[in-house]
Design a protein around this ligand. Structure first.
Ligand SMILES: *Cc1c(COP(=O)(O)O)cnc(C)c1O
Length: 436
């Protein structure tokens, strides 16, 4: 399998090269040259297959021979070694819980797969790789956990001091070894700016081999297809495929779902659930849509903060899947924008009515799905519950008037000591730190 750049101005590369590079030299995103067709017997026998077997067969054509079968099987096994249950909320709505991984958010799957692929590709290289990530919360934890003790890789995470939740901060700062947490006295945008400047700095790039672990990397993006196969595996009524609603920020997760559908997985329709950062919702509702990214929007802060994205980078890949044909896009994808008041009201209502605790991202997904189903009463759907409610205790406790308790799996983290290096939001200080 070869990958081309969505800007069409870079050479074709293999999976290995696309993973190591992250972004194409022309600043486009890598996209597979062809979309492989899923074998019919995988779909027909999906209930009989283990998750790791499904994952292996889905990802194999994308990885090709860049990783041998034994190692690829080991990697997917380590990637999907936790529960991803489909939970019934009512007759029409089901929740696919993606928060049972080590950092309690769906990014674990992508981060674990990518870290292991990168570790595999670098094992015969002399040089060490330094992964730089700026995080507003979830990404950093998943990346730290995924790359923890991967040989040949150092990870440096920049996070805004006082602006991540207590659970998130513990996940960033308690691992140690090859993971370093820089606690920046500034905003997420400051962190991102420092990382961007480092990537563009020739002096640093002469000394260190830098790479990014953000969601545009193919090795983080492609394995997210697994969720949709696991959802279908647990879906009772195989003759009436589900509508799937995805809480979306950078649009990597939903784009992976659409790719899975394009390769043959039966899914009725997709819904992109957005908070008030609604460029895609507006785009889909416009009669003469202006291409996304022409007028980048500043992101607005919300309760579902992992979706506070003004300029969703993966949307270009969705357009690529549909060959930039607007009618085909609209047949497959709808979108709703949900504000914070509706988010809180939804958490409260679903808790009181069904005794199910949503996190703010899942609540946006639930309400968007409900709105769609009101207009399509003969259909049934799944929303992706992308984070555990304990990661956003303030909003959830305000809505449900109940304390959310920590799952046993993270109690050891909560008792571990935080280790971070405090730093002013200054590029000069960051550069000195990297060169040291
Ligand atoms: C990252 C994230 C999202 C958004 O996913 P995208 O792939 O960026 O659209 C939604 N919910 C949670 C909890 C997240 O961490």
């Amino acid at each position: 399998m070869k990958y081309y750049s969505t800007n069409k101005n870079s050479d074709l590369v293999s999976f290995k090269e696309a993973t190591i590079r992250g972004q194409a030299p022309d600043k486009g995103l890598y996209f597979p040259e062809t979309i492989p067709k899923i074998e019919k017997n995988l779909i027909n026998n999906v209930e009989k297959l283990s998750n790791e077997e499904i994952a292996f067969r889905v990802i194999k054509p994308y990885v090709d021979d860049d990783i041998n079968d034994d190692d690829l099987f080991r990697i997917v096994k380590e990637t999907v070694n936790f529960q991803i249950p489909l939970v019934r909320i009512n007759d029409h709505i089901f929740s696919l819980e993606l928060f049972h991984g080590p950092t309690l958010a769906f990014k674990d799957v992508g981060a674990r797969f990518m870290s292991r692929c990168l570790g595999y590709f670098l094992k015969d290289e002399e040089k060490k790789v330094t992964v730089l990530v700026a995080t507003s919360g979830d990404t950093g934890g998943a990346v730290a956990n995924g790359f923890y003790n991967v040989p040949g890789v150092d990870v440096i995470i920049l996070y805004p001091s006082g602006k991540v939740s207590p659970v998130q901060e513990k996940q960033l700062t308690t691992l140690g070894n090859n993971i370093t947490a820089l606690e920046v006295e500034g905003t997420f945008d400051d962190c991102q700016q420092m990382v961007k400047q480092a990537f563009a700095d020739t002096e640093i790039n002469q000394k260190l081999f830098l790479t990014s672990a953000n969601s545009i990397n193919v090795a983080r993006w492609l394995p997210q297809q697994f969720y949709y196969f696991f959802a279908f595996k647990q879906w009772r009524d195989k003759d009436q495929p589900p509508v799937i609603c995805v809480p979306s920020g950078n649009f990597g997760n939903i784009c992976a779902g659409i790719l899975a559908k394009q390769s043959g997985l039966p899914i009725d329709h997709f819904i992109a659930a957005c908070n008030v950062n609604d460029v895609v919702t507006k785009y889909l509702h416009a009669s003469n849509p202006i291409p996304i990214g022409i007028y980048p929007q500043k992101s607005k802060p919300t309760l579902s903060n992992a979706m506070d994205v003004g300029n969703p980078s993966n949307f270009i890949r969705i357009l690529e899947i549909f060959h930039h044909q607007f009618p085909e896009l609209k047949n497959n994808l709808s979108s709703f924008s949900i504000n914070d008041d509706e988010t809180i009201a939804t958490i409260k209502r679903v808790f009181n009515q069904y005794y199910y605790t949503l996190d703010p991202h899942g609540a946006v997904g639930y309400l968007a799905l409900e709105k769609y189903l009101q207009a399509h009463p003969d259909k049934k759907g799944i929303f992706l519950e992308t984070a555990h409610p304990v990661k956003f205790p303030e909003a959830v406790e305000k809505a449900t008037m109940q304390k959310v308790s920590f799952p046993a799996s993270i109690s050891s983290i909560m008792n571990s000591e935080k280790k971070s290096i405090k730093m002013l939001a200054s590029y000069r200080l960051f550069k000195n730190f990297l060169l040291d």
